[in-house]
Write a protein that binds this ligand. Sequence first.
Ligand code: 9MR
Length: 395
Amino acid sequence: MKKKKLLGAVMASALLVSSLASCSGEVNYTADMAEYAYEDKAPSICEVYKDYFQVGSAINPRDLEEGTDRFNIINKQFNVFTLENDTKPETIHPSEDVYNFDSTDQLVEFGEKYDKTVRGHTLVWHSQCPDWFFYDDEGNQVTADVLVERMKEHITTIVSRYKGKIDTWDVCNEVVDDSYGLRLSNWLKIIGDYDGDGDNYDYIQIAFETAHEADPDARLIINDYSLEVNSNKTITMYNMLKQLLEEGVPIDGVGIQMHIDYETDVERMRDNIQLLAKLREIDPDFVIEVTELDLSCFTSYDNSTEKEITEEFTEQFDAKYCEVLNLLMDLSDEGILDTVVFWGYDDGSSWLNDFPVEGRTNYPLLIDRDLKFKSAYWDLMNLPRQREEEASAQE
Ligand code: 9MR
């Protein structure tokens, strides 16, 4: 930034800041301060929330190119990272004898160099999982024994390689069906009730036990979407985890993806999460993680491709982000949650463009397409302090 522009920005911010002074004498951040972002003078979201939880982002290998704006942003803003796609089975283990570790190695090196928490996403999933797992060379479906062996080999090879380096694994992803019971994936269909004890949780149980053997210190998570709003899914997840935890299966927590929108009912989210938190009656150390947070500008019943981002809409959007982060701080205060990961950081790279409606442009994250910090980001930066002030005013 040129000096003159910087001076102008400083003066403008000083004026604004003086009118926004809070009762403690500290000042609120304003969107105008986005001017500082490229100067590495913006605050850091993980720093601002450090008393509550780690704050992270899904990233891609291009974000790890040191010296770029993208690298500087992610390195400063977040302290926990996951690769958006490159640790998934189809990339890391595309055929039985081929492993591609490059991107995951790169993430792990970055984590070691800059002291970041690294998450591995994901070992067992119905999607982005190559067919070779499920079929033999003649194209016939493999037996349960073969699939169990393949799954064990896959998990053991990957988790052992990153033992002590990848802190947390999404061991199983999206195993619960949207309407009832478990998702009828190839994993479930083929492995089924493997031990004959009357339930079909076996592939999940074996996956967690295998990961635990490979790295006993890693945090092992079962990750799913819509748990915060779809109570049927939450109940299925709760019942299954209750049984598995009572049987001693090494599951350390549940990952709530949290792909929500600007109308999502936050009180319903609280109720659903509280149900899952009851699993702490069985294992007091059981955690809830938010693993893929983003906030769509389209509701699920909206099929349009464009959204007019009016001032009024922005206020609604920013307020929803604040409402959600306040809920997450409540959960942290209760000792339930210590990790919040956004599914990306800039609108331009979000999976929510073109999905689920082709041609759609979405704006679900905290940083815009020009890598400028949005007003929602600045609102979130004020939130922990405002919350603490409100709490002390009530004392
Ligand atoms: O963001 C990911 C996108 O780039 C991929 O094309 C997509 C493929 O299924 O997966 C997206 O990430 C998903 C994550 O792995 C699991 N939860 C839902 C995420 C969004 O679809």
